[in-house]
Design a protein around this ligand. Structure first.
Ligand SMILES: Cc1cc2nc3c(=O)[nH]c(=O)nc-3n(C[C@H](O)[C@H](O)[C@H](O)COP(=O)(O)OP(=O)(O)OC[C@H]3O[C@@H](n4cnc5c(N)ncnc54)[C@H](O)[C@@H]3O)c2cc1C
Length: 391
């Protein structure tokens, strides 16, 4: 949609071909229905980082926001630079995009998956179940495979691989982790702030801090999802990843501890937490040590442990990771079309002039926090204008 609007602003005639019965369905599901559409902080991207950098330097967050402002969308910034529509409704983002498409009389042909793209002289022919469409420039913005029915089944990549483009193996990112049953038993539904460190054996691989959510299958929540792609890579390599959860932030000792320790090793906080519990033990009986400190489910789980083991569980609670919940539950696809095969300033294919790519279709994925939509919007704006101005 941003590609279509940006091309239309170049006074070119534009048509949008959509496989689904309606456009922009995924937007409605984003940010828990609130649509975290951008982030004012430094971009955190994986895969084709160089291309992502170039796209976001040409079309930084201010440009994306002023584009939406011109369409009438009011946005607000929340914690960690996350930007949402002021009214708190994802539908507002879709409404302004659709509204401007209608104003500009951009035809949208729904239920019309593009099956293949054929060269037609200097132009391209999009072959769909509803007939063929001829264009001088084509922006392919079919998204990724994440999100179950909100994504595609992988067939959209062929639109580019048919013309010599390489596909970097698509894998789920930003998804929940499945943990060893015994480790999470009794904790389902528990939601609490924690520092999560993903380890390969004892070696820390990556970490994230925020809210963790225990489920009957494992661990969810923004930070677990953040680390899921790394966990997937370890599993694929035959390793046995372990997620350590440090709950000590909720004791009120943190952030002092983090200022000093940076939590590179999940057990580094152990002596401090141990000392804290020992001090508490002067005034409280052992079975009441965690009362008023840890949520009841967690306290129950630690019943009967020695003070040292209790401290260890509070600052390095281990959950062996057995798998990921997969593409269906993922928010974004890691992998996609190899970004080296596109000009970073226009997003035009180096292999098939006249074809452009934008959004999750490309091998670029970002952290939770609005980075994925921001990249999709920004790359769409760039590719749309470039396709419209193709000589
Ligand atoms: C549950 C969920 C929550 C999310 N929350 C956030 C969030 O809050 N913030 C954030 O930044 N990101 C979020 N994301 C990720 C974000 O939604 C995507 O990265 C982003 O929508 C990608 O945009 P896109 O335009 O590339 O692809 P999409 O939004 O997936 O759009 C691609 C479109 O192409 C159509 N299509 C597919 N194949 C064809 C074909 N062959 N022919 C014609 N049309 C086709 C699809 O039907 C779809 O309408 C979330 C994702 C999910 C699943």
């Amino acid at each position: 949609m941003t590609a279509a609007l940006s091309a239309s602003r170049q006074e070119k005639s534009v048509i949008l071909l959509e496989a689904a019965p309606r456009i922009g369905r995924k937007i409605l599901a984003t940010g828990n229905g609130r649509c975290n559409l951008a982030n004012s902080g430094p971009g955190r991207y994986y895969g084709g980082k160089a291309l992502a950098r170039e796209v976001l330097s040409r079309c930084p967050v201010e440009k994306v926001l002023s584009f939406f402002e011109e369409l009438g969308l009011i946005t607000v910034e929340e914690e960690e630079g996350r930007i949402y529509p002021g009214c708190g409704q994802a539908a507002a983002v879709l409404d302004v995009l659709r509204g401007d498409m209608e104003k500009r009389r951009i035809p949208v042909v729904c239920d019309s998956p593009v099956i293949r793209l054929e060269k037609a002289g200097k132009d391209w022919k999009a072959v769909t179940s509803q007939g063929d469409f001829l264009a001088h420039g084509v922006v392919i913005a079919c998204g990724g495979m994440a999100g179950g029915k909100l994504g595609h089944d992988g067939s959209a990549y062929r639109l580019l691989s048919d013309h010599g483009h390489q596909l970097i193996d698509p894998r789920p990112a930003l998804t929940q982790m499945m943990g060893e049953k015994g480790a999470v038993k009794g904790l389902s539904g528990l939601r609490l702030p924690a520092r999560l460190t993903l380890c390969d054996g004892n070696k820390p691989v990556s970490a994230a801090q925020g809210e963790a959510l225990f489920t009957d299958y494992g661990v969810s929540g923004v930070c677990a999802m953040q680390l899921s792609a790394d966990a997937g890579a370890l599993l694929e390599a035959g390793k046995k990843p372990v997620l350590y959860l440090d709950f000590s932030p909720m004791m009120g000792l943190i952030p002092r501890i983090y200022d000093r320790i940076r939590a590179e090793n999940p057990e580094k906080n152990l002596p401090l937490v141990q000392a804290f519990l020992k001090k508490r033990a002067h005034t409280l009986p052992k079975d009441a040590l965690l009362r008023g400190l840890a949520p009841r489910l967690l306290a129950e789980k630690m019943k009967g442990l020695s003070l040292t083991d209790m401290a260890r569980m509070l600052c390095a609670f281990p959950v062996p990771i057995l798998g990921l919940r997969g593409m269906e539950y993922a928010q974004v696809t890691r992998g996609g079309m190899d970004t080296r095969e596109f000009f970073p300033d226009t997003l035009q294919s180096r292999r098939a002039p006249g074809l452009y790519a934008a959004g999750e279709m490309l091998d670029v994925d970002g952290d939770c926090g609005g980075f994925n939509l921001q990249f999709a919007f920004a790359s769409g704006l760039i590719a749309g204008a470039a396709a419209a101005n193709r000589p």
